[in-house]
Write a protein that binds this ligand. Structure first.
Ligand SMILES: [Zn+2]
Length: 152
């Protein structure tokens, strides 16, 4: 569900087919990349999939997890080197933002354009700046949990 939440914001590319321009409210990196949308998706995820609380996990931590999973998409988009920025604060502020640090190569829109030299450069960039740190974080958490687990 968290992985699903993290990719939902890019459903906004469907708008290109209906004439919605990139910089519009419903445009790419617009409302679906906002913090309000992340809150709505997190609430929907809780409503649809987790009406009952999981053992040892409260409702708010679960909601926060889905919120952060969804919001992480916009945060990573704001670290890319192209396109328009991310409308984090829509509908209150339609300004598009980038983070001060943009090391990630922007991905081309459309599968066909992805299988090119530029697509390979994007993959290399994402491996370095997203997947490697994520793998190191996951490994660290796994090692800490393993160390903290009672020995048998
Ligand atoms: Zn996006």
């Amino acid at each position: 569900m968290g992985a699903f939440c993290s990719v939902i914001p890019d459903l906004d590319v469907i708008g290109f087919r209906f004439g919605i321009r990139y910089g519009d409210f419903w445009g790419h990196r617009g409302f679906t990349h906002s913090l309000l949308f992340a809150a709505l998706v997190a609430s929907a995820a809780m409503f649809v999939g987790f009406r009952r609380v999981l053992p040892d996990l409260g409702r708010f931590p679960m909601w926060l997890y889905f919120f952060l999973a969804t919001a992480s998409h916009g945060l990573l988009d704001a670290m890319t080197d192209g396109g328009l920025g991310v409308a984090f604060f829509v509908p209150f502020d339609n300004h598009r933002y980038f983070l001060p640090w943009t090391p990630i190569r922007v991905s081309p829109i459309g599968v066909g354009r992805f299988f090119t030299d530029r697509g390979l450069a994007v993959l290399q960039s994402e491996l370095l700046w997203i997947w490697l740190p994520t793998a190191l974080l996951a490994l660290s958490v796994w090692l800490m949990r393993r160390r903290a687990a009672p020995s048998t």
